[in-house]
Design a protein around this ligand. Sequence first.
Ligand SMILES: *Cc1c(COP(=O)(O)O)cnc(C)c1O
Length: 425
Amino acid sequence: MKRSKALFAASKKVLVGGVDSPVRAFRAVGGDPVFMRSGKGAHLTDADGKSYVDFVLSWGPMILGHAHPAVVRAAEGALRKGSSFGAPTEEELRLAEAVREALPSMERLRFTSSGTEAVMSALRVARAFTGRELVIKFVGGYHGHVDSLLVAAGSGATTLGRPDSDGVPAAWAKTTLCLPYNDVAAAQKAFREHGRRIAAVIVEPVAANMGVVAPEPPFLEALRELTRKNKSLLIFDEVITGFRFFYGGAQTGMRITPDLTTLGKIVGGGFPVGCYGGRKEIMDLVAPLGPVYQAGTLSGNPVAMAAGLATLQVLKKDKPYARMAEMARVIVTELRGMARFKGLPVQVNHVASMFTVFFTETPVRDFATAKTSDTRMYGRFFHALLERGVYFPPAQFEAAMLSAAHSKLDLERTLEAAARALRRL
Ligand SMILES: *Cc1c(COP(=O)(O)O)cnc(C)c1O
């Protein structure tokens, strides 16, 4: 850890908190972050040369593992032709066609440079289309650092949000209604009270930013019904779930058609990409066709587009999904068994290749129940794994993920480390 520690000390003198995104600083689990030097397949190597089985996968994008040969080849090829022109290229057309083929609800779409931008732009066009201002989001849902979505639930009778970050104007937070996930009655009530003012509901179809929480039927179906009846738009934020469970979105498997969808992470193949799109009549409001302004110097960047397209092509051809889900099922089953044997309270939430270990007796179905977990115990579990070469998310309310590159051996190494880690808790 010597080199990592030295790099972190130097970074803190120039980068805010030593990092470019807060969760990387390990504040949630304590200790200093590990600086990574390289990645190959399911493995990372840190600045001191120690290797890890990676379950963070850059928080989602690296579904094929690190430095996948096809992705490297595609990005290198694009890079040699020039990395940015500020003009349309064939690469963005091909990725757009691939995305729409997999998610037909995205009749028209646009690429951005981050998931945050995609969400921000989707909300703007939703507000323009409906002529309304309010947006419903769910407590514990994360949609990037969009001002009006950095809100906490209001207190008492009001569902109108209050800022959850300094610097967010109270007036903007009040454009957001913050409701509990999986709570149909709360959504019905919000629509009864504010129906004609609600532009959109934005939701992660499988929540992954309060830890993994599956939607309980008929939660999403009810949101679809309520938005349709009230002429509001339903936005599925599939920045994590897009291409994570199958070739397509969570919407593809659930057969629920949102009006707008946001993507990011996997579609960028490890490069900075976001994407939003939906029904043609809605998206046609975006400039240059319509009055909703949205732009980006590096949007649709050809290197990123080539990497994203290569990623989708490999996913389509190799179909790694069943295998990834099966490996996750094995890990989850073993973890539950080991924890129960030790008498530890544990809930391991699990959807296909994503899972979260919560140390609590309470089944986790929304943010309130997620918060009953012992986050200090998670921190000790995390560090015990890290020490043994297994890199889990350095924060409780995040999803651990499998890639197509994880092997049986990685699984064994992980379970062995977990057995020792749990014994020490
Ligand atoms: C990561 C994430 C975002 C934000 O994407 P960035 O590329 O980090 O801006 C938005 N929504 C969800 C569901 C995410 O997981």
